[in-house]
Design a protein around this ligand. Structure first.
Ligand SMILES: [Fe+2]
Length: 258
């Protein structure tokens, strides 16, 4: 497989990142996240019959707009700034054609144009709560691989500085989670951010991303890495919260076995 291609793409990525201030911890975090998501996407693809190299590229490119977003708005919160997935897809495949500096490989058995369209959709939809209906099977598969890989690494990000501050805030908070959040836990689905009102709910909501992993290999990766286990082991303050956390643990550990 094209190690040379990957090296070229890594160089292009690194040069692109040089346009931004690498001394800002948030910028550096996104660079690290990018490399990890690329490697995870490659691994998941290897288990699904998808093209590993193409999937690696999706990981490398998926958060390309994060640098511009943070530099311009000082936040990664899309709701307060810009939808970074839409912006990324537009930068790469719109008028600027940023994709041209990365030499995206062709998808075996598909035209260049098809590969480009799949990559564009995978990047555009990687942060959406759900994928749109009516995607063809290949597009859906690459969307799912990228979304799974991104989720796998988010559990790591949430256990490390600066995002681990929130985990410590939970120790000082005694508000249990609302019914809307617990419905996500029980129904094994992601919870919309609009329901998240405190650090404990934020933790539970993020852990629910686990339930939407599509591929068994992604679940295996999350288990192996152990970051989600760290998150669900965070001590909480009162009995109601402990019960809610136990329920989440039970649902997650039950799903490991599937
Ligand atoms: Fe992203």
């Amino acid at each position: 497989m094209g190690n040379e291609n990957k090296e070229k793409a890594l160089k292009a990525f690194s040069e692109y990142a040089d346009n931004f201030d690498r001394n800002i911890i948030e910028i550096q975090l996104k660079i690290d996240h990018t490399y990890r998501v690329a490697d995870i996407a490659e691994r998941i693809a290897g288990s699904t019959g998808a093209d590993p190299e193409f999937s690696w590229y999706l990981g490398l490119l998926h958060d390309i707009a994060r640098f511009e977003q943070y530099t311009k708005y000082g936040t990664f919160r899309d709701a307060l700034s810009v939808d970074h997935a839409e912006l990324g897809a537009d930068l790469l495949f719109g008028r600027e054609r940023l994709i041209d500096i990365f030499s995206l490989p062709a998808l075996p058995g598909a035209s260049n144009e098809t590969g480009m369209l799949i990559a564009e959709k995978a990047i555009r939809f990687h942060n959406k709560l759900t994928l749109p209906e009516g995607l063809d099977a290949d597009t859906r598969m690459y969307c799912d691989i990228l979304r799974d890989a991104d989720k796998c690494d988010i559990f790591r990000v949430l256990t490390e500085p600066p995002y681990d501050v929130r985990n410590r805030e939970i120790a000082g908070s005694d508000t249990p989670a609302s019914e809307e959040i617990m419905a996500g836990v029980m129904e094994h689905r992601c919870v919309s951010r609009i329901y998240v009102k405190n650090p404990f709910e934020s933790l539970l909501g993020q852990c629910c991303m686990f339930f939407e992993l599509v591929y068994p290999e992604s679940i295996a990766i999350v288990r192996e890495q152990g970051y989600l286990e760290k998150l669900i082991d965070i001590p909480v303050k009162n009995d109601k919260m402990k019960k809610q956390m136990d329920l989440l643990k039970q649902e997650i550990r039950g799903a490991y076995a599937i």
